[in-house]
Structure formats: C-alpha cells, structure tokens
Design a protein around this ligand. Structure first.
Ligand code: FES
Length: 174
C-alpha cells in the first residue's frame, strides 16, 4: 500500500472549534455574566453603608440665644445618627451658658473620671459635681478633683438668634 493510500483512511484533523467546546465557552461566559449581575449588587449592598461617611457632624438647633444665661442650664437635644445600617436619634445633654464676655459655650455632662453624668451646683458650691465618686469641676469645666481631665465641650455656633451644637471636642477654655 502506498503512503498516499494510508493517509486516505485517517480522520481528517480540523482546527475548528468542536461543538462541545463552543457550548462550554458560551454557557460558561453566560453563567459568569449572570453571576456577576447577582454578586456585584450584593457586594455593593454589603459594603456601601460602611464606606459612607458617618453622619452626625452637622449642627443641631438647640435653644434660642435669649434663653441662655450666665448660670449654666441643662438642655436636651437629639442627634440623627447613621452608622452603617443602624439609624438612631440618641438624646444628648449640654450645659450651656454665656460667659462674662457674652460668649456662649456648651459642656458635655459626661464625667471624665468614669463617665457618670455630672450636675451643676448640686452641692450649692457653684461647681459641677459628679455623684459617682465626687469629681468636681469649675463652671468652665476644669477638673478640681478625682477626674483627670476637664469636661468636654460641644462645637457651638450662633445663627439667627439660635444656638447650634455639633460634635464633642476637647475643652478649649481651661
Ligand atoms: S465617674 Fe465621675 S467621679 Fe467617677
């Protein structure tokens, strides 16, 4: 048998894509596309709130300027907070007064010893006093005993006759 006759019986080798390969590429691509369509919104849903800036840094309208006196007074207000998916409106307290120069400031009621709530003039000594372990603070929040640091202050702005409060900051007055 000649060489030419032997080759005549071999199957023809073709470089074309087989039907099986074509189907697996097509179905694989379509499946990956659909999976991405489902997975990407899920990933976005999971990550988006975490990446968003926490709110709560805006100023809150608390009290009319005319109601604030030289004597510290306790005012309550609510802050709208969004932390990831958790939305809350916790109530805050500030001790606000006008100093001798007519400047307003607002102190946090959180004792800098272990976090109890202080009160003004509860011992009739014109000081803030903490009922837990007896910390004393001056009218500007300077620590006199027990607590290691002065009371914190709120950011404060006066706009159109109203006092607005913002986030807590370190005491700038003592
Ligand atoms: S928590 Fe205020 S004195 Fe201890």
């Amino acid at each position: 048998m000649s060489n030419h006759d032997q080759n005549a019986h071999r199957p023809v080798k073709r470089n074309e894509m087989s039907r099986r390969q074509f189907l697996s590429y097509t179905l694989g691509g379509a499946t990956a596309f659909m999976a991405a369509g489902v997975a990407l919104p899920m990933v976005r849903f999971a990550v988006d709130p975490i990446l968003k800036k926490k709110s709560g840094s805006t100023l809150i309208k608390v009290v009319e300027e005319s109601k604030v006196t030289n004597e510290p007074q306790e005012f309550k207000f609510k802050i709208h907070q969004i932390d990831g998916w958790y939305v809350s409106d916790p109530e805050q307290t500030a001790w606000i007064r006008k100093d001798e120069q007519g400047k307003y400031y607002a102190l946090s009621p959180v004792c800098k010893h272990l976090g109890c709530t202080i009160g003004w003039n509860t011992e009739k000594n014109n000081e803030y006093v903490c009922p837990c372990h007896g910390a004393h603070y001056t009218i500007e929040g300077k620590a006199l005993s027990v607590a290691p640091k002065p009371l914190d202050e709120y950011e404060l702005e006066v706009k159109e006759g109203w006092i607005y409060l913002g986030p807590i900051k370190e005491n700038t007055r003592v």
